[in-house]
Design a binder for this molecule. Structure first.
Ligand code: GLN
Length: 251
């Protein structure tokens, strides 16, 4: 039994499409395995203390909210990088994902600094990319899984050459509507455009994140978590996946 310590970055600013629901899923799935999730909001005035949290979470937001937090987050880039180097996991969604790259130029041309944790840059385009998305991911060699979610972003995210995407787009736009890739993964750091929220219909990713966080907590390898029934979750996934497929495969 462990207490998994989550640092929730800017919960008052970055929480659209019920992104906060991701935390609820992590908390329940941890509790069902006998672990406790301890969630600490990390706002503007709170420092990031490497080693203090096993998992960092940052949600999505409009350009307006991103502008309010971008410089504050960029100023905390060093401790955040150190936390990750020590093995903390990160889940970043949409606006939060964009701000983990080197920077984001918003729809009105506002240049926002990023934390530089992920090898990517984002520039807003004219047309918003909106709709259901389906991805194929392979976070662990040989374990192919799908992720279903909803995207709504003007930002086009370009990964640096050699950067690892989170997944391949089966239906939807993904990072930029062109590359066929969605999100970015660097070790235990995951960035994605998928809202919905993401985790209720993709419980395997919630468990992957919990396992990484537990590995940080205990200093060992990511544990195999006991499987859960997940029938409702599987149905939710299927509904979302079918909606995305009915958009037609873009890639
Ligand atoms: N404001 C960003 C964009 O439009 C992110 C939006 C979001 O988090 N949904 O690209």
């Amino acid at each position: 039994m462990s207490t998994i310590r989550v640092g929730h970055l800017y919960p008052d600013y970055l929480n659209i499409y019920a992104d906060r629901g991701n935390i609820a899923v992590l908390a329940r799935r941890a509790a069902w395995r006998g672990h406790t999730l301890e969630v600490t909001p990390l706002g503007m005035d709170d420092p990031i203390v490497p080693g203090a949290h096993d998992l960092y979470y940052i949600g999505g937001g409009q350009d307006r909210e991103q502008l309010l937090v971008a410089a504050n987050l960029a100023a905390k880039a060093e401790p955040l990088r150190e936390a990750v180097e020590r093995g903390a996991a990160v889940l970043a969604v949409c606006g939060g994902y964009q701000l983990l790259g080197r920077g984001y130029r918003g729809f009105h041309g506002q240049d926002m600094p990023g934390a530089g944790l992920l090898p990517l840059e984002t520039v807003a385009g004219e047309r918003r990319m909106i709709g259901d998305v389906l991805l194929e991911c392979e976070l662990e060699p040989g374990e192919r899984r799908t992720l279903a979610g909803f995207e709504n972003h003007a930002g086009r995210t370009r990964l640096d050459p050699g950067a690892e995407p989170l997944g391949r787009v089966l239906a939807g736009f993904g990072n930029d509507g062109e590359s066929g890739f969605e999100g970015c993964r660097a070790g235990r750091v995951i960035g994605t455009y998928l809202h919905g929220p993401l985790l209720p219909r993709n419980p395997w990713l919630a468990d992957w994140l919990l396992a990484q966080a537990l590995a940080h907590r205990t200093g060992g390898d990511p544990p195999r978590l006991a499987p859960l029934a997940d029938e409702l979750e599987a149905r939710a996934h299927e509904v979302a996946a079918a909606r995305a497929r009915s958009r037609g495969g873009r890639f």
